[in-house]
Design a protein. Sequence first.
Length: 376
Amino acid sequence: MTTLPSHRTHDLVALARRSHAVIREHQHASGAYPASPTFSAYRGYAWLRDGGFTAEGMSRYGDLASVNAFHDWVDATLSARRDQVDELVALRAAGREVPRDLLLPTRFTLDGGDGTDEWWDFQTDGYGTWLWSVVTHARRHGLDPGRWRRGIEVAVDFVGAFWDRPCFDWWEEHDEQRHVSTLGAIVGGLEAVAGAGVPDAARASTCRDVAARARALALAEGVADGHLTKWLGSTAVDGSLPACVVPFGLVEVGSPLARGTVAAVARDLDADGGVHRFLADVFYGGGQWLLLSCLLGWNLAAQGDTEGARRLLDWVAAQAADSGEMPEQVGHHLLHPHTRAEWVERWGEVATPLLWSHGMYLVLADELGLLEGVQA
Ligand code: BGC
């Protein structure tokens, strides 16, 4: 029996409008999408991972001005690091040790700086996600992706040089591992760019080559029991893995491995429509993440399971506050309840609103046809 929280379920279309408004309201004048404007540990910072998916939701909603401004911001932010990336690529090519503090960061301040707060840098998935997002947006709206060429080149060069290094995952953990969802974002981003006619022939060929090698590595070492795994050599799943199917296409929708991955995530991590990150998650007690329910729903919709996708959208809608704001996670079903208090003490209550949750709601609402006639 499905247990929904006591507050009312919002009207799904009204919640899409509200999601757009929340993202718009908090988008910085620079174009950056802050991860969560009010949450202590995220305030003042924008992530390429969150932003790339948020931009996809806004692109589907049809807010071109907002999405173009976001991609302009990323383009300027990355272009400013052209020399830094040239230096990194040269060190790498010479087989020299690359100091961590020289690598590009995971998140940026809203005006495109590195910021001074310590964070779990180095993560490559956000760069792949942004490449996929900017090209997908341009294609959807018939725009010339050449507008973002300089930033695209920096991201391609960075990912091309460091794609096979262990790094922190989507959840900013386990930098000793190579994560399959990270490889998925890299494949998705590089293949999108290779087909977009933006980079010169040499870079386009690097994109294809690195994407092929990343896919081969994931398939050789990141599969167990018929599903993709959390990291190379593991047997566990992670709630981010469906992204390797849709949208990143590391494996083809409907293939046995794609179906096996989506089914394993649903079996191990979906509790009544709310999807956990992974079984050992202790962050705020290990609750259910709205954006992961949307990701699973997006994949079910792509497999033709509209009813399953709608069930997940309904669950997400039921988690919104009366104001329509969506949190990062909810705590009705905690995997490790005893660890929640220490996080509340450290960083305060769960991040709300989380713009990525709203962006993913827009994506799934669009997959289910709910945005028709609503778009900006
Ligand atoms: C999550 C990341 C996310 C960041 C900002 C972290 O707690 O693990 O996936 O990018 O918050 O939303």
